[in-house]
Structures are given as structure tokens and as C-alpha cells.
Design a protein around this ligand. Sequence first.
Ligand SMILES: NC(=O)c1ccc[n+]([C@@H]2O[C@H](COP(=O)([O-])OP(=O)(O)OC[C@H]3O[C@@H](n4cnc5c(N)ncnc54)[C@H](OP(=O)(O)O)[C@@H]3O)[C@@H](O)[C@H]2O)c1
Length: 359
Amino acid sequence: MRITLSFATTADGYLDDSTDRRLMISTPEDWEAVLRLRAECDAILVGAETLRRDNPALLLRDPEVRARRAAAGLRPDLTKVTLTRSGRLDPALRFFTEGDADRYVFSEKEIPAVEKLATVISSEGSITPAFVVTELERRGIRHLLVEGGAEILRMFLDAGLVDTVRRAVNPQLHLGPEKGGAQFRFEPPQGARCTLENLGGMEVLTCELHPDTGEEDRRWLAQAVREGFRCTPCASCYRVGAVIVLPDGRTFRGYTHETSPTHHAEQEAVAKALAAGADLHGATIYSSMEPCSQRSSEPESCTQLILRCGFTRVVFACYEPDRFVHCQGARTLREARIDVRVYPELAHDVQEANAHLGR
Ligand SMILES: NC(=O)c1ccc[n+]([C@@H]2O[C@H](COP(=O)([O-])OP(=O)(O)OC[C@H]3O[C@@H](n4cnc5c(N)ncnc54)[C@H](OP(=O)(O)O)[C@@H]3O)[C@@H](O)[C@H]2O)c1
């Protein structure tokens, strides 16, 4: 999934003022650009406090964009997402009542009042950005737009999950601590690729924190998927293939049960790399399926193995179905700040490799 953070602040870093009124910070030109950005995304996320304070509808306004989405078999509006610990959400909020959209509420509490209006998702333990991203990706979201407020922006940035930041500053607006509300400052880290433009007076900075590596990822991942077909079909496991790519360009491959009836593809590839004396710190592992998070026949899961070896990136095509266990691989890896990328456009071949297990 790609994740974009987008927000507008006053010159002194405020997202809002302290009144009940919604403060308009953007110029019309900037607001148009924000709507165009929304149209490139699949889902839009704001915190519960923003819903309570501003009551935004979070819609796509352009009828052409909505019609194009509908023609492609999508709901006309973006999927709307919010997070709450308290469960304090009024079903009359425009989040629930306006637009034709899927709606997800990540909540630590049950909220019976909104259960008919949205899918409520809870987590064992606290709701982390890694959990949110993984659950949305499992439901088909490929590009998530996070629009605020301050707590939510901070949480996603601190988790290291943000690919692009769009910061729009209105240099004419100063509030000061008396009048200022939620505050959020973003300064680009060293080495980030940034561009600056002026949109009707707004200073808009766009920073790429993680460049899009999609083309190269898909090339290696296709090879991992092909490796999976080398495994003999068996009723108790998936046929999976893996390819490790080291920073120095060396590669190692493996597939399920290649040398042992209890080995997964990732283990086979790691064993070959270690036997060759490779240091796996900073390496990427491509696997046709999400690395497992639970094993009974081996001392550690592939997720634990990946963490122990020091991989920095994990790329796969298909989330593990809930057939044998409920896999937590992607979430666990993301929570450990591993860069996890999923390319479901390659999942069809993984499903074909595993057709012997039935649907
Ligand atoms: N200028 C802009 O671009 C822009 C954009 C968006 C918002 N805003 C402004 O931002 C202000 C709100 O910012 P804020 O920082 O006060 O609030 P916020 O970020 O909108 O929402 C915070 C709330 O999100 C929920 N939450 C946060 N982390 C969570 C977690 N890990 N698990 C479950 N729930 C979680 C909690 O809801 P509960 O309290 O329900 O537990 C928390 O109170 C508003 O004034 C709004 O106008 C400005």
C-alpha cells in the first residue's frame, strides 16, 4: 500500500483554531489540488476528534471522477476510515450519512449505534497504524490518504509508514497560542526528495519519504511466485516461493519443502544464503505469500526468522488466507518497522499454485 499524508497549516503550524467553527486554511487553488489528490486514492482516514469537531463529509466532489469509479466497479466515493478509542461517534455525523462509500471504524470499544452504518474493526491490544494499514490492505485498499488531525498525523509518521507528505502552509495566517488549536509541524528528513509549489498563495511542499519501487519489486516477486510452482502439492501447506535479494545484488531462492517436509520457502532461501556466508541485514525477501506468524512443526515462524536475520523489506503477492491459522505476519513485521509491500496483481498465480487446496 502507498500512504500519503496531506494537511494544511497556518504559518505558525496550526491545523485549526480554538473556536467551534471550522477554520478554512487552504486557498481555492489548493483545495482543488487536494480534491484531485483524493481522486487518486482508494481510502481517506481522519481521527475521531476531527469528525466530532469539523463533521467533514470526506467526499469526492467531481462528478466525472465519481462516474469513472462507478464504471470501474468501485463505490463512487472513497472508502472512509476513522479511529477511536472511546467509541464516541454520533451516527448522525456526515462521515456516516453522506456519500456512497464503504466505511470502516477502528475502535477499541463496541459501538452498536454505528454498526449498521460502518464495519467496526477491533484489535487484540491497541490499534496501531500497522494494524490499520494491514486490515485495510486485506480489504483491497492500495492507496490510503491520511488527512489528520494532529494525533493521527503524528502516529502514522512516527510508525514510519508514510510514503509521501503533502504539507500546505498559508503564510498569511498566524494564530498564536491563544487562538491556535491542534498543532502539527513537519520538517522533511535529510535526503527526502521534495518539491515546492505555490497554489494561489499556499506554499505546498511534497516530500517523497519512500520512493515507489513497484517496478523492481514486481520483477523479483514474479520470480518468487514462479519458484512456488516447484513445490509438490500437499494438503497441509501452501506452495510458496521466495527470493532473497542482498544489497550487493546476490540472490538466493527457495520453495516450500525443498529440502525438508517442514520447511517453508523463506527458510529454504535463508538457509542457502547463510550457508553462502551472506549477511542478511538490509536485504529484501520476496515471498509469494505473507510470511507465517505461527508454527507448530518448527521452533520459529518465518516472521520471527525474518526479524532475527535483519531483513529491512518484505514483499509479497497475497495475504495468507484464514484456512489453517489467522496469520499476523504483515502486521508484526510492520510493527517492527519493516517495510512491507504487497502486490495483489501477482496473486492470481499464487492462487493457481494453490488451487489443489480448493477455495
Ligand atoms: N488543517 C488540516 O489539514 C486538518 C485536517 C484534519 C483535521 N484538522 C484539525 O485537527 C483537529 C483534531 O486533531 P486532534 O489531534 O485533536 O485529533 P485527531 O487526530 O483528529 O483524532 C484523535 C482521536 O483519534 C482517535 N485515536 C487516535 N489514535 C488512536 C488509536 N491508536 N486507536 C484508536 N483511536 C485513536 C482518538 O479518538 P477518541 O477520542 O474517540 O478515542 C483520538 O482522540 C481538529 O481541530 C481539526 O479541525 C485539520
